[in-house]
Design a protein around this ligand. Structure first.
Ligand code: ADP
Ligand code: MG
Ligand code: MG
Length: 944
C-alpha cells in the first residue's frame, strides 16, 4: 500500500488555529523573540521596553488574532474587546491619562506590523482618541491651540483615508484650497484658526463620502482602526508585495496591530522626529546614520514635506538628545547583536523610541559589519558568518553599474541574469561571433533566442531580448553561463529583417553601443561606467573564516583555463566539472569535429580524431597547469552528436541556394552558344570563360553533394528525444574511438606535465551511466589507452575514474557502481529532470511558474534542490555507495552546487565537495561554513 505522506501542496496552507486565550500583550509582557506572533514591530517594541529603553507604553494585538478575524468572517474573536479595554486601562494608569477623558486625554497610534517588515505596505493611524471634547484637553495640556487642531485634522484625514477608504487626495486638495485662499504656501504658515477650519472641512468630507460623521467615541475609533489594520494584510498592495518578495504564509501570516501612546515631535523647537541606523547601511561604517526634522511628526519625514537634516547636526542643535541616541544605539546593538534601523521622536526634550528592526544593508556593508562586530567583540566569528546572506554575495561578484551613474535608461526589462555589460549591438548569433572574433565587445539583441544561438551567447558580453520572461531561453542559458541578460524589454521594437531596432525615438543599428544591467533590467544607450567585481579585504577575511569552519570542499565548473583561473582566485579547490564539448564547439575545431561525425567509415573518423587529439590535449594541459595540482575532473563527451551539426533547416536552405546557383550557372553556360549564334566573331573572346564556367559548375556540384550527404547524416542522427537518446556513455560505447581519443588526450596532458614536474591530479568522469556494465566497458578502454600512453611516455600516470550520478537507475545501483567507480558526482540538473520526468526547458517555459504560484511546487526544483525527492535519492546513493567503498569521494556538479540551501543539504548528506560556476565559489564557501556552524549549534541535523 502506498503510504500517505504530507506533500508540499498542503504544507503551506494556514494551520488550523487553536484559539489561544491571550490576544493582547502589553509591551512589558510580550516575548520579543516571537516575531511570528507579535509581528516584527511589536516584537521590537516589547524588546526595547524590556531592556529599559524609553518606549511610550502600549500593547500588541497578535497576528493570530488577525487570522482568527479572517476565519470568523471579519469578526473579532470573542475575548478581544475586553482584553483591549484592560490593556488600555494599564496604559491610562501608567500615563495618568484617560482614553476619551476631556481633561487629560490619552491619544494612541494604531500601527500594523507583520513578522516580516513590508515597508509602506500597510498603514498607521495617528492621534486616535481625539474628538470634539478631547481636543480641548489636548490644547490645555499642551498650552498650544494650533497643535491641538493640527493633531485633530491629521487624525481625521488619516482615519478617513485608512479606515474609511476615502482618497488622500480629497483632504490634500481641501488643504491646498485653504492655503490658496489664505495666500500662504507652507503648511506651517496656517494659523490655529485655519487648522480649526480644516477640521470642519475634513469632517464634512467624511459626511459627504460616507453619509455619517466621523466617530466621536474613542473605542469605536479604536476598533475600526484595528479592523482596518487587519484588513490591510489582504489588501492588494500587501498581497503584491508578498508575491514579489516570495513571503509565504510560513514566513509571515497575518499582521499584528500595535496600539501605542502618542508622543509628539511637533510641540516646538525642543521636539523632533527622526529615523536612524546604528551603522551606515550603504558602507557599513560604524557611525550613527540618519535624518531628523525638528518640530515635526513622523509622517512629515516620510511624506517628504520638509527636507530632513542629517543626524550629525543634532550634535549641535540638541546635544543631550544626541548623546542619548548614541547610548540607545549601543544598547540596541549589544542586545540584538545586529545593526538596527530605528525610529524615534523627541517630545519636549524627552527621547522616545518608536521602532527598531534589523537594518537592511547591501552586501558590502553587511560584510564590513560582520568583520567590525567581530573586532568589537560584539559577536563571534560563527555569528559573523551566520548573519550574512550567502546569496547576497553574488551582488558583489558581477560587474555592476557605477552606483554614481545618473544617465537615464531608455528601456527597462527583466533582470534575467545579473551583472552589467556594454557593447555594440548585433542582431544575430553568427554576427556576434564574427564581431567578437574581430575583437569587438558585443551585445546580442534579439526578440528571442533559440538553442542554435548558443555560439552567440559565448561571443557576446551580454544578451538583450525584447520578448520573454525570466525563464525564457535567453534567461536560462545566460544564467547558466553567468552572462548578464535583460529579457522582455518590450519597449525595444526589433526588425530582424532590416537589422534595426527602435526605442523611445532612438534608432539602434549594428554597432550602436548599449549597456545592460541584468540585475535591475535597465538598458541604456552608450557606455555607462561600471565597477569590476573583486574580493575586497572584508570579503577575503569573511571567506577565510568560512574556510575555518566548513567541511565541504568547494570546486568549480570550468571548461576553460580562464574560468579555472578566475575560480582559483575566488578560492576554488579544484575543478569538479570540466566539460569537453565546449572545446569542440570552439571555432577552430568545430569543423574537424563535424568531419569526424560525418565520416563515412572508421578510418575517416579516426583520421579526424587524430587531428583533434593534440588540440584537446593542449586544452587539458592548460587547465591542469592552472589548477596547480588541485584535482580536475574531466568529463568525457556527453551531448548527442547532432548538437554539433548545423540544424536541418539551415542545411536545407544552403542546398536550396546551391541549387539556385546551379540553375543560374547552367543558364550562363548556355551563353556562349547563344552569343555564337548571334555573332560568331565573339567565340574567341569566350574561350577562357568557358573553362572557368565548367570549373565552377564542378565545384558547385561537389559542394552540393557534400551538403546533401550532410543533410542525410543529420537526418540519420536525428532523435525523437535527444536528451534520453544516443548520448553520454552510450555514445562512448558505440563510438569507442571518441572516448579513446579523449582519454589519450587527458593522459598525455597529465604525463607531459608530470615530465615538466608540474603537479597534476586528474579524474576521469563518465556521464549518463546507468549500469555497471557500462562502467566496465569504459574501464577496459581506459586501461588499454593507459598502457599505450605509459609505453609512449615511459612513466606511470596517476588518475582516478568515476561516474556521474544523473540517472535514477544509477542511484539504485550505487552499491554496485562503487565497486568500480572511485568517485561519484551528482549531476543534479539531469537527475532532477529524471526524477520529476520534466524536461527543464518545457517545465520552466510552460507550467512551472503556474505550479510555483499556486504552490503545487514550492520552488523551481532546477534552482533549489528538491530535498524530498531528488535529495532522498542522493542520500540513498551516498549511503549505498559508501557501504561498498567507505572512502568513496562524492560531490555535486549541477547548478545546485552554487545555491545556498542546496549546499546546506549537501552538507547534511555528507558530500565531500560542491562544484559551481566560478563566480559562485565565494557563495559556496560561505554557505558551506554556515551549514557546518548550524549543525554545530543544533540548528540542522544530518539528513535521514
Ligand atoms: P511604518 O511601518 O510604515 O514605518 P509606523 O507604524 O512605524 O509605520 O508609523 C509611521 C510613523 O508614525 C512612525 O515613523 C512614527 O514617526 C509615527 N508614529 C507611529 N506611532 C507613533 C506614536 N505612538 N507616537 C508618535 N509617532 C508615532
Ligand atoms: Mg516605522
Ligand atoms: Mg548531465
Amino acid at each position: 500500500m502506498v503510504q500517505q505522506t504530507r506533500q508540499t501542496y498542503d504544507e503551506h496552507q494556514p494551520i488550523e488555529a487553536k484559539a489561544p486565550k491571550k490576544y493582547v500583550y502589553l509591551f512589558q509582557e510580550g516575548n520579543g523573540k516571537d516575531r511570528k506572533l507579535l509581528g516584527g514591530k511589536g516584537a521590537g517594541l516589547c524588546e526595547m521596553t524590556q531592556i529599559g529603553l524609553p518606549v511610550p507604553p502600549g500593547f500588541v494585538i497578535t497576528t493570530q488574532t488577525c487570522l482568527e478575524y479572517f476565519d470568523n468572517g471579519f469578526k473579532f474573536p470573542q475575548g478581544l474587546p475586553n482584553q483591549v479595554r484592560q490593556a488600555m486601562a494599564e496604559i491610562e494608569r501608567a500615563m495618568s491619562l484617560g482614553f476619551g477623558n476631556p481633561e487629560k486625554p490619552l491619544l494612541v497610534s494604531v500601527r500594523s506590523g507583520a513578522a516580516i517588515s513590508m515597508p509602506g505596505m500597510m498603514d498607521t493611524v495617528l492621534n486616535l482618541g481625539i474628538n470634539d471634547s478631547t481636543v480641548q484637553g489636548l490644547i490645555s495640556r499642551s498650552g498650544n491651540e494650533r497643535f491641538g487642531w493640527d493633531s485633530y485634522r491629521r487624525f481625521i484625514s488619516l482615519f478617513g483615508n485608512i479606515v474609511l477608504n476615502i482618497s488622500d487626495e480629497q483632504f490634500h486638495l481641501a488643504m491646498e484650497r485653504l492655503k490658496e485662499e489664505r495666500k500662504v504656501t507652507q503648511d506651517t504658515e496656517l494659523t490655529s484658526q485655519n487648522m480649526q477650519e480644516l477640521v470642519n472641512i475634513f469632517k464634512q468630507i467624511i459626511i459627504d463620502k460616507t453619509g455619517k460623521p466621523i466617530p466621536q467615541d474613542p473605542y469605536e475609533q479604536l476598533f475600526m482602526a484595528i479592523e482596518a489594520v487587519f484588513a490591510s494584510w489582504n489588501g492588494k498592495r500587501a498581497q503584491d508585495y508578498r508575491r514579489e518578495f516570495k513571503i509565504s504564509s510560513k514566513i509571515a501570516n497575518g499582521t499584528a496591530a500595535n496600539v501605542q501612546t502618542m508622543v509628539f515631535g511637533n510641540m516646538g523647537a525642543n521636539s523632533a522626529t527622526g529615523v536612524a541606523f546604528t551603522r551606515d547601511p550603504s558602507t557599513g561604517e560604524n557611525i550613527l546614520f540618519g535624518d531628523y526634522l525638528d518640530n515635526a511628526q513622523g509622517e512629515d519625514i516620510v511624506a517628504g514635506i520638509r527636507t530632513p537634516k542629517p543626524i550629525s547636526e543634532m550634535r549641535q542643535t540638541m546635544p543631550d538628545m544626541y548623546r542619548e541616541l548614541l547610548k540607545v544605539r549601543e544598547t540596541l546593538e549589544h542586545h540584538f547583536k545586529e545593526a538596527q534601523d530605528m525610529e524615534f521622536t523627541i517630545e519636549e526634550g524627552k527621547l522616545c523610541m518608536l521602532q527598531t528592526r534589523n537594518a537592511k544593508m547591501n552586501a558590502a556593508a553587511n560584510m564590513k559589519t560582520s568583520v567590525d562586530m567581530v573586532n568589537e567583540e560584539l559577536i563571534t566569528k560563527e555569528e559573523a558568518l551566520l548573519r550574512l546572506d550567502a546569496s547576497q554575495l553574488t551582488q558583489l561578484m558581477y560587474c555592476q553599474i557605477d552606483p554614481n551613474n545618473t544617465v537615464v535608461p531608455v528601456a527597462v526589462g527583466l533582470g534575467a541574469s545579473p551583472g552589467a555589460a556594454s557593447g555594440e549591438v548585433v542582431f544575430d548569433a553568427d554576427e556576434a561571433e564574427r564581431q567578437a572574433k574581430a575583437g569587438k565587445k558585443v551585445i546580442l539583441l534579439r526578440e528571442q533566442t533559440k538553442p542554435e544561438d548558443i555560439h552567440g551567447f559565448f561571443a557576446a558580453q551580454g544578451i538583450l531580448t525584447s520578448v520573454g520572461g525570466k525563464t525564457s531561453h535567453a534567461a536560462v542559458v545566460a544564467r547558466g553561463m553567468g552572462k548578464p541578460c535583460v529579457s522582455g524589454a518590450g519597449d525595444i521594437k526589433i526588425s530582424h529583417v532590416e537589422n534595426v531596432a527602435y526605442v523611445g525615438g532612438n534608432r539602434i543599428v549594428q554597432g550602436t553601443v548599449v549597456t545592460i544591467d541584468g540585475t535591475s533590467g535597465k538598458v541604456w544607450l552608450g557606455e555607462i561606467p561600471m565597477v569590476e567585481p573583486e574580493i575586497s579585504e572584508n570579503m577575503n577575511k569573511i571567506l577565510k573564516w568560512a574556510d575555518e569552519f566548513r567541511k565541504l570542499g568547494v570546486r568549480t565548473n570550468a571548461d576553460t583555463p580562464l574560468d579555472a583561473e578566475k575560480a582559483l582566485m575566488f578560492g576554488a579547490e579544484g575543478v569538479g566539472l570540466c566539460r569537453t564539448e565546449r572545446m569542440f564547439n570552439a571555432a577552430d575545431r568545430i569543423g574537424l569535429f563535424q568531419d569526424m561525425i560525418l565520416a563515412d567509415n572508421p578510418e575517416e573518423r579516426l583520421a579526424a580524431l587524430r587531428r583533434l587529439l593534440p588540440l584537446q590535449k593542449d586544452d587539458f594541459k592548460e587547465i591542469l597547469r592552472v589548477m596547480q595540482g588541485f584535482p580536475v575532473t574531466i568529463r568525457l563527451l556527453d551531448p548527442p552528436l547532432h548538437e554539433f551539426l548545423p540544424s536541418e533547416e539551415a542545411v536545407e536552405r544552403q542546398i536550396e541556394t546551391l541549387q539556385k546557383y546551379q540553375e543560374a550557372l547552367s543558364n550562363v553556360s548556355k551563353l556562349p552558344q547563344v552569343l555564337r549564334d548571334i555573332d560568331p566573331s565573339l567565340q574567341s573572346v569566350l574561350v577562357e570563360d568557358d573553362n572557368m564556367l565548367s570549373n565552377l559548375a564542378e565545384v558547385q556540384s561537389s559542394e552540393l553533394k557534400k551538403k546533401m550527404d550532410t543533410l542525410q547524416k543529420i537526418r540519420t542522427l536525428r532523435e525523437v528525444n535527444p536528451m534520453l537518446g544516443h548520448r553520454g556513455v552510450r555514445l562512448g560505447i558505440t563510438y569507442p574511438e571518441i572516448y579513446e581519443m579523449q582519454v589519450e588526450a587527458i593522459l598525455l596532458a597529465a604525463g607531459e606535465l608530470i615530465k615538466e614536474t608540474v603537479p597534476v591530479k586528474v579524474e576521469i568522469m563518465i556521464p549518463q551511466v546507468c549500469t555497471s556494465q557500462e562502467l566496465k566497458r569504459v574501464y577496459g578502454l581506459i586501461r588499454r589507452v593507459e598502457r599505450r600512453v605509459k609505453d609512449r611516455l615511459g612513466i606511470t600516470i596517476p588518475y582516478t575514474v568515476g561516474t556521474m550520478i544523473e540517472v535514477v537507475r544509477a542511484c539504485m545501483r550505487a552499491g554496485r557502481l562503487a565497486e568500480l567507480a572511485e568517485f561519484f558526482s551528482f549531476g543534479t540538473n539531469d537527475l532532477t529532470q529524471a526524477t520529476f520526468s520534466f524536461s527543464r526547458e518545457d517545465a520552466e517555459n510552460k507550467f512551472l511558474p503556474f505550479y510555483n504560484e499556486h504552490k503545487i511546487l514550492q520552488d523551481n526544483p532546477f534552482e533549489i534542490l528538491d530535498v524530498k525527492g531528488v535529495g532522498r535519492l542522493m542520500a540513498i546513493t551516498v549511503e549505498w555507495g559508501r557501504k561498498t567503498r567507505p572512502d568513496l569521494k562524492i560531490g555535486i556538479c549541477g547548478e545546485h552546487g552554487g545555491e545556498p540551501s542546496s549546499i546546506e543539504f549537501c552538507h547534511r548528506i555528507n558530500l565531500d565537495y560542491v562544484s559551481c560556476s566560478p563566480y559562485r565559489v565565494p557563495v559556496a564557501r560561505l554557505a558551506a561554513a554556515q551549514a557546518s556552524i548550524k549543525e554545530k549549534k543544533g540548528m540542522i541535523k544530518p539528513f535521514q
